[in-house]
Design a protein around this ligand. Sequence first.
Ligand code: IPE
Ligand code: IPE
Ligand code: MG
Length: 240
Amino acid sequence: MALPVIPNHIAIVMDGNGRWASKRFMPRIAGHKQGVDALKGIVSACAKRGVQVLTVFAFSSENWNRPAEEVSGLMDILALALGREVPQLLKDGVRLHFVGSRGGLSERVSRGLADAESATAGNSRLILNVCFNYGGRWDIAQAAAKLAAAGQAVTEASLNGALALSHCPDPDLVIRTGGEMRISNFLLWQAAYSELYFSDLLWPDFDEAALDTAVHWFASRERRFGKTSEQIAPTAVGPG
Ligand code: IPE
Ligand code: IPE
Ligand code: MG
């Protein structure tokens, strides 16, 4: 398949790890481990296709409400992946950013996040934002609080600049796997004009071919940003 218009920024709600594991009579945590492998495949597929920014939802502000065993398992998986994957990210030219509150994270995890960010800070082929301990509402509130503390007026531009993803343009394409058609507190501000793509695949099953299907679907969308179709279409050439 020839690849069409590539979105500059793809954002993904990586949902369905638990169900992937349950279907195999495995503990949910095994699904999260498999989810890391799926993510590795998608990161390199995005880098190969010339995507500039990939933003993934790895742990939401609300995911703290899961059983303690699952939460600590997820923290362990993150800490392990950080230690193991940085060399590959360096080879692939991936720059990591962790987006979310550092509050509530253990010393080991916060240090791991900061170290991985600084180790990859010189890369520029693909920006990988990992939303961890993140919520769209948290982000808007922290941005407003930052402006208030600095005595700055709240405008769309100033708020936009204070958000945790201010280093990136808004996502063009938001993908959610796992079959749910909801946003679950992901990029509430930034997804204002994103194309939304829902896949029934569970995240560990989402592979390069599935990514291409989503990208092809994206290329067929007409993005109007509030205008009419006629304003968007290239000017028709009249007869003569
Ligand atoms: C997404 O998979 C990963 C996280 C939320 C951490 P889930 O764990 O939500 O998987 P399901 O939705 O229960 O299958
Ligand atoms: C969204 O998935 C969060 C992540 C993928 C990290 P959830 O599984 O937490 O979403 P809900 O609870 O089904 O809405
Ligand atoms: Mg889920």
